[in-house]
Ligand binder design. Sequence first.
Ligand SMILES: [Zn+2]
Ligand SMILES: [Zn+2]
Length: 303
Amino acid sequence: MHKNQNWEHTIVLFYLYTTIDNPQQLMHEQRELCERLGLLGRTIIATEGINSTLEGTSDHINTYIDTMKQDERFANVDWKLSKGTGDAFPKLSIKVRDEIVSLQLGADDFSPHETTGNYLKAEELHQWFEEGREFYIIDMRNDYEHKVGFFENSILPALHNFRDLPKVLPELNNLKDKTIVTVCTGGIRCEKASGFLIKHGFTNVYQLKNGIVTYMEKYPNQHFKGKLYVFDGRTVMGFETDSPEHEVVGTCHHCGISCDEYGDCANLSCHVHIVCCKNCRTNNQVFCSDRCRQKVLTQAMSG
Ligand SMILES: [Zn+2]
Ligand SMILES: [Zn+2]
C-alpha cells in the first residue's frame, strides 16, 4: 500500500544513477506516460541516469510508480512521496542532458559509479546525534536553500550554485581527517559532492541516504531546524510544523523578523531569490533593495 492514500495530490521525487542506453527513447516513453496520467513536473534523463520530480493525483502517481517498477532498471528506486498542492508545477518538462546533476567541472567531473561517499541512513544519522558522536555535516545545498532550515551545528558553505563547490574547498581543508556527512534535499547532489571530497583527500566521508526530506519525515523537528526548501510551487515543506518543537529559523532579508517565505526580486534583471516577509513587500511584490524597487516603480510610472 502507498502511504499517500489520504492525499488528493502527491509529489514524487526520485533519482537513479544507472546506465540508460537510449536516453531519447526513455524521454519519449516518459513523456507519453506522464501525459497519459496528467502529471506535471521536471525530469532530466542522461546516459548516467534519471532525476525527476512530478506531481499528479495520488492515484495517478501510484500508477506511475507501479508502471516504472515493471522496468527492472527502476526496480530499486527510492520513491520519496510528499503531499502535493495540485499546482506545484506549471508544466511538464522532460529533457535529455549530458548529466542528471552537474558539477560542471569539465573533464574533472566524474560519475558516482567511480567514487562516492558511504551511505548513512536517516536512522543512523539520528543515532549519531543522540550519541553525541563527533562528526561534521556539510550542507551541499545552495545558500538560499539553507536560509530557512538546516541541521544543527552543520557547516553551511556559501555555495551560490552547486558548481561553486571547488571554490569553497579551501574553507573545508581542516576537516580532511574528520568524519564528514554530506547532506542535500533528496540525496542526488551528495552522490557527486561526497565523491568530490574523497577525490580531494577527505578520508572519512558519508552521505545522507535519500536526503534531508527522508530524515525530516522520520524525525520531524529533531536536529534539523526549520523547513526544507523544495524546487516546486510549495517552495518550502515542513513536517509537524504546528508542534512546539518547530522553529522558524529564516529571517526576512529586510526587517529581520522570523520568516520562511521566499520571493523573487521583481526587477527581472535582478530576480534574486530571497526570504521576505509580507510587510516588506510593496504591492505584493518582493524587492531585494531600494535600487531595484525604485527601478521597477519608475518604469511602471513612465510605462
Ligand atoms: Zn520584513
Ligand atoms: Zn533586486
